[in-house]
Design a protein around this ligand. Sequence first.
Ligand SMILES: Cc1ncc(COP(=O)(O)O)c(C=O)c1O
Length: 381
Amino acid sequence: MKPFDVYPINPINIVKASGSTVWDAEGNAYLDLYGGHAVISIGHTHPHYVKRITDQLNRIGFYSNSVEIPIQRELARLLGEVSGKMDYDLFLCNSGAEANENALKLASFYNKRRKVIAFSKSFHGRTSLAVAATDNPNIVAPVNETENVIFLPFNDEKALQDAFGTYGDEISAVIIESIQGVGGIREASIPFLQLIRSLCNQYNAVFIADEVQCGYGRTGLFYAQDYSGVEADIYTMAKGMGNGFPIGAISISPKFKAVHGSLGTTFGGNHLACAAALAVLEVIRQDNLMENALQVGQYLIDELKKIDDIVEVRGRGLMIGIELPASLAHVKKDLLLKDRIFTGEAKPNVIRLLPALNITKQHADQFLSALQQQLKAVTVL
Ligand SMILES: Cc1ncc(COP(=O)(O)O)c(C=O)c1O
């Protein structure tokens, strides 16, 4: 047997990691500004994280949701505090797709409707309804195809108003990433988010904020969407939540009433996952990581905006998109292979920075000077 070959991979075997540095099997060090796709939120092998998980594992790692799991309550309390949503409830699962799947399902249970509004360039995951609400036909299998999802252009207020005018009482939910990740770091306008809120109120539809990538402190606010002042009915989260330990969740407004058996999962909310998630929130709070994300992120954005060869710099905090001209599309690979710096990408020419929230200004400077060197090397050629 061998792994099913679905991932295009870089020929690098990472064997060790600490903070924002990872080492390959030959002992080469790399700067990690990708965080394994926005997952490493408090840095690799953070001592508090390692200790909390180890201590938990030595007591009990897993038992199912058929018994009391007090650490779930502890996590819910702290998440409520840090996110500023004390009156919301927490449902725990295992991944981002599963979080969105559960959010869409809960919305449909709530208003007994079927239709979902999603937007161009959205990415919500690969499970059945999450992928149906994802704007990429290449990853939608025939069995996932459904007429229940209506795609509208991102930030198009008229199209949104028209869709509610046409489908009104059939619309169960609107799902949106306030800053699209896979879509290339594109931000929803505040009037657009306000319009979603008011139409959802008017038609009793559910506003779902997909915070799987943009959330969890990355932009300097706990939920990215907080920049708009618009509150969602359900927030979905995963990536940064466990710093690599698989965990996802939905934060649920008090207007939803829980019904036994309506949602459920075997692994979701197990002791070990909760210990990992608690360690992450404790570090975020104790070390002021949202403030750091804001400051170092703003520094990066300001410096990147001064570089002529860049077409556009987008994003907030440590969720940054650097759009390059097509002729410089190879720079991301050069940064990895020549400068040993991991970054992310969004097709076709956007470098995505999704580092740990505790990177330093020195890390930022290391990246900025490597990027400038690479751009200069190309210009000279
Ligand atoms: C915005 C968004 N939603 C959902 C997902 C799916 O998360 P997962 O891969 O954990 O299922 C992703 C993953 O990249 C994402 O970026």
